[in-house]
Ligand binder design. Structure first.
Ligand code: NAD
Length: 264
């Protein structure tokens, strides 16, 4: 056990189970001495998050649906009451109606578009503002994106558009908060089979394609993303803000199918 995060406190939003990216980042930070609080969406997920939180010594576990301003306010009021201030925030939350994560992007209706944008992009802006108000000594905010923000990925559709907006908001938030020594970054993770990923059409094919064509010739692991999260949330990245950092075994640089890879 190291001490990179000793004396730091952070809020982790987006754990659904032990395969969640948020959990991988939380575990990496806890192993380096961070003290953590967690939020979960709804009672069913709460039952899974409570024992995970307990396993890293966390007792501050709160319900928070990021579509609800009152829930967000209550969450940060509770953190302020318990801790007074925090050093970091992880936002690993995304959502779009599964019905539109297949077929054509063009067929996304207005309400599905707005809801995807609200939960997957605006929620980082609003929780980031609340978190920053609890960071008088500076801090680090981190969110999760995907290459579908930059390039067209089959079935990613409205999520790709929402992630593009999320990546732009990372830059605007970094500019707004830089003078408070609060850094804002995103990890653009390669595909990982999680609860959220399950909703994306042909996800197994996407995983296989990435594995065969990424320079490292494998898919990214939860530990790979956990390690990068630790970098962004610790002093190791003290000079880094406004960055969208690919943790995808190099897949983002590939322009064409690997000719040596088998057909799938
Ligand atoms: P996950 O299902 O484990 O986590 C998604 C989380 O979002 C869940 O905990 C869910 O409760 C939460 N959430 C959804 N709507 C919410 C709401 N209204 N209020 C509060 N929480 C809400 O899946 P994951 O893959 O770990 O996803 C975490 C982040 O990583 C997401 O932003 C996702 O887009 C991103 N990401 C995932 C992959 C991948 O392949 N799995 C790749 C790149 C980026």
């Amino acid at each position: 056990k190291g001490s990179l995060m000793a004396g730091k406190r952070g809020l982790i939003m987006g754990v659904a189970n032990d395969r969640s990216i948020a959990w991988a980042i939380a575990a990496a930070c806890a192993a380096q001495g961070a003290e953590l609080a967690f939020t979960y969406q709804g009672e069913a997920l709460g039952k899974r998050v409570l024992p995970l939180a307990a396993s890293v010594g966390s007792t501050l576990v709160l319900p928070c649906d990021v579509g609800d301003d009152a829930a967000i306010e209550a969450t940060f009021a509770e953190i302020r009451k318990e801790w007074g201030k925090i050093d970091f925030l992880v936002h690993a939350i995304g959502w779009a109606d599964k019905q539109y994560l297949r077929g054509r992007y063009l067929d996304t209706p207005r309400d599905a578009f707005l809801k995807a944008m609200e939960i997957s992009c605006f929620s980082f802006t609003v929780v980031g503002k609340h978190a920053a108000a609890l960071m008088p000594d500076g801090g680090s905010l981190l969110t999760l994106s995907y290459l579908g923000a930059e390039r067209v990925m089959p079935h990613y559709n409205v999520m790709g558009v929402a992630k593009a907006a999320l990546e732009a908001s990372v830059r605007y938030m970094a500019a707004d908060l830089g003078s408070d020594n609060i850094r804002v970054n995103a990890i653009s993770a390669g595909p990982i089979m999680t609860l959220a990923a399950n909703g994306i059409g042909d996800f197994r094919y996407i995983l296989r394609w990435n594995q065969l064509n990424a320079p490292l010739e494998r898919n990214v692991s939860l530990a790979d993303v956990g390690g990068a999260g630790l970098y962004f949330l610790s002093g190791l990245s003290s000079g880094v803000t406004g960055e969208v950092h690919h943790v995808d075994c190099g897949y983002h640089l590939v322009g064409m199918k690997n000719p040596a890879a088998p057909d799938i």
